[in-house]
Design a protein around this ligand. Sequence first.
Ligand SMILES: [Fe+2]
Length: 283
Amino acid sequence: MAIDVSPITPHFGAKITAIDLKKDLDGDLQIKLKSLLSEYAVLVFPNQFLGPAELIKAGEIFGALMPQQLQKYVLPDYPLVGYNSTKDLPLKDGKLQVRGENYHTDHSNSICPPMATALSAVNIPKIGGDTQFVDVRQAYDDLPSNVQEKIIHLRSLHVHESSRSPRTFTKLSETDLAKIPQVSQPLVIRHPMSHRPALYLNTGRMEGIEGMNADEGFTLINSLYEHATDSKYEYRHHWIEGDFVIWDNRSVMHQANADYNPDEFRYLYRIMLEGDALQAFAQ
Ligand SMILES: [Fe+2]
């Protein structure tokens, strides 16, 4: 099968067409798709219309699925498939409270965060609800060399919710919270396939920088976040029903947008793929 690969931005993102993810793909094509995800970090497959079982099959091209952290948003018949639905979202001052506003990388407080996350678009509002991505590999490459040298050996403790988090997280019971890990992660990671360095940032979960006082650490985190979220590193995905989009959590940050009409129904299936413990770029 000869697939079409069209780069979306100069640095990352590719649209893949002439492929049907519902079909059995041969081994060579599966290897090619894995390699494309490593290279482009975000892959967009239009017109796939994947239901839960088909989404699992498509996800397994890229790796093993892992359980969703929020078990209350999973499908009873497909416990590895979560969903994002407007029906679960609270309203505050007429605006939907969406999980995942503010750029982040999923579950960075896990020892082995998901290597990739993927969504299958079922119902999409007429306007709004885009997902934005920024390329944290390019953002690292563009830092001045003195800044790269300053940060390359640094680490940060990632917790459930940072004391200076710009976003609030789902409130957990004490029992559930006790099960949530916290872990020291490198500030600059090495991608296991491409070997490229990338900034590893999650302002909602980073509890400062190890070896720095709190103000100094959070100032550094915020300045790197400002740099990495510049629009020159961005791809903004406007969802169309039937889209399957998968992204590499070690190469991009992503954020949701709650800018759509709360009366419209928005619904996507969600899966995550198991990842390994993160490696520091500096060995
Ligand atoms: Fe997310």
